[in-house]
Design a protein around this ligand. Structure first.
Ligand code: ZN
Length: 385
């Protein structure tokens, strides 16, 4: 797994204008190339067409040439993902021309940039045809830089820097089951509780005020644009805080364990039916599961998804299945053996047990297949001699 860093840029006015111009020229280039694609030209033919375009539109020379070539890559990348979706039976339209608000990034690939670390967290990012831009480097960039994507989001500029440095994670030696919930973000089978940070609540009042002020503004006025900007900024802060929390938690879990069983939730369905929709969306367990899976792969840890059906109702002392527990019943109490545990703790243990069963079944079926394959290869070899 290679590392991508995201840093904020602080361009001065002149550089800001150049960044805006570059973004606009890239957008127009993308649209010109898309028009050529509609005429049935191939990738290479369209690449060559870029040279003709530059003669007609000399302002294109204000953008680093490799950046424009990346628009051709982007076009064919979009095309191939469309084809993939179609293959999976999804209903897809066609590629569309990009309007001004739908074009936020452009990419320097392999060349046209230089990153200089200065003192403390300060640095300078040089971009060809744009100039020197101050950059806040909250981490040291390891490895060789492969490409840099410049993005404008809510009026701020960012650089995503991809390098060839490889992260090697190491996993721990424990085995846990994880139950997710609203009261506690997760509860594990060792009895550890990680509280729900409820980012949304922290920002709730601020967001409410900003939204109210937005709704009072006159349509198409300057003050409405500013108010909308404020709302978007708060949403962005919530998203960043949430992402940071999930990253730190997943890294910690991988570092401590070699086997993690986690309940598989259909988040989309949950949001549809639950009165707790806001909290569930805020907790974003889908992201946690995703981060766990990709970090585990790198660390040699196993993450097993488990169907959570009945995990809250089954007693992990005697195996008896209780009647349905209501959401307010926080304590599990077995009707048969009177065993008692916090509800989420009981579920977490059940999830671990079920996860281990599943994992060993999968392992057995994989080795079974292997044995069969070897047997059939041997049979083939003996018949052919
Ligand atoms: Zn029991």
């Amino acid at each position: 797994m290679t590392i991508t860093y995201k840093f904020r840029l602080y361009p001065k006015k002149a550089e800001q204008e150049k960044l805006e111009t570059a973004r606009e020229i890239c957008r127009q280039t993308y649209n010109y190339l898309l028009a050529e694609l509609d005429e049935g030209y191939t990738k290479n033919e369209i690449q060559n067409y870029l040279l003709d375009l530059k003669v007609c539109y000399p302002e294109m020379n204000d953008v680093h040439s490799k950046v424009l070539q990346m628009e051709n890559q982007r076009l064919f990348g979009n095309l191939s993902s469309l084809v993939k979706l179609k293959k999976h039976g999804k209903k897809v339209g066609r590629l569309r021309f990009k309007g001004k608000n739908w074009f936020k990034t452009f990419t320097y690939n392999q060349s046209g940039f230089e990153l200089i670390h200065l003192r403390a967290k300060k640095g300078i990012l040089f971009l060809s045809k744009i100039g020197d831009i101050p950059i806040k480097l909250h981490r040291r960039v390891e490895g060789n830089i492969k490409n840099i994507t410049v993005k404008k989001s809510n009026g701020r500029w960012y650089a995503s820097i991809s390098t060839d440095a490889v992260i090697k994670r190491v996993c721990g030696d424990k085995e846990i089951g994880i139950d997710v919930g609203i009261e506690n973000y997760i509860y594990d089978s060792e009895g550890n509780v990680y509280e729900n940070p409820k980012h949304f609540d922290n920002y709730h009042q601020e967001l409410k005020t900003a939204q109210q002020s937005l709704s009072k503004k006159e349509k198409r006025s300057n003050s409405r644009i500013k108010a909308r900007f404020r709302v978007a900024k708060i949403h962005e802060r919530i998203a960043n805080a949430r992402d940071d929390f999930i990253h730190k938690l997943s890294t910690k879990l991988i570092r401590e364990n070699k086997f993690i069983a986690i309940e598989k939730l259909n988040i989309k369905n949950l949001i549809g039916i639950s009165y707790n929709a806001k909290n569930i969306a805020d907790a974003s367990w889908g992201k946690l599961s995703m981060y766990l899976h990709y970090k585990a792969e790198n660390a040699g840890c196993v993450v097993q998804d488990v169907d959570p059906a009945y995990t809250t109702r089954d007693c992990n002392f005697c195996g008896h299945r209780n009647r349905k527990l209501f959401l307010w019943q926080r304590q599990f109490c077995c009707e048969k053996c009177n065993g008692e545990l916090p509800r989420d703790y009981n579920s977490a243990i059940n999830i671990l047990v079920r996860g281990k069963e599943l994992a060993s079944l999968e392992k057995a079926s994989n080795t079974g297949q292997l044995v069969q394959q070897v047997a059939s290869m041997k049979a083939e070899a003996t018949t052919s001699t």
